[in-house]
Design a binder for this molecule. Sequence first.
Ligand code: ZN
Length: 133
Amino acid sequence: MIRIEHIGIAVKDLAAAEELYGKLLGSPSYKREVVASEGVTTSFFQVGPNKIELLESSGVDGPIAKAIEKRGEGLHHIAFEVADIRAEMARLRAQGFTLLNEEPKRGADNKLVCFIHPRSANGVLVELCQEIR
Ligand code: ZN
């Protein structure tokens, strides 16, 4: 793992949350991106070398909508940057972690991503991400 790349926060109203986080962080969102495969619209903020990713569900039954229904708005996942996502997936699988994706998939922000089940990480949904070069 190279560093914490971003922290994902589930929100109900992206426009309102963007305004709030813009005030909180002192700089506005630098990009919005729809990830159709995940049923989410994301908005990114740069905070030094790290990012905050706000996630709003595109539909009523997407993973973010379900997460908010269960636990309310708030921290959703922590994403770690990795140099070689396939190698990290193999390493974690060998260590007994449950991966939610068999293969890396395309995520927001030009990344290949894979999620680790919260059961494997003390209740935290962990994302691995590798920049697509
Ligand atoms: Zn993420």
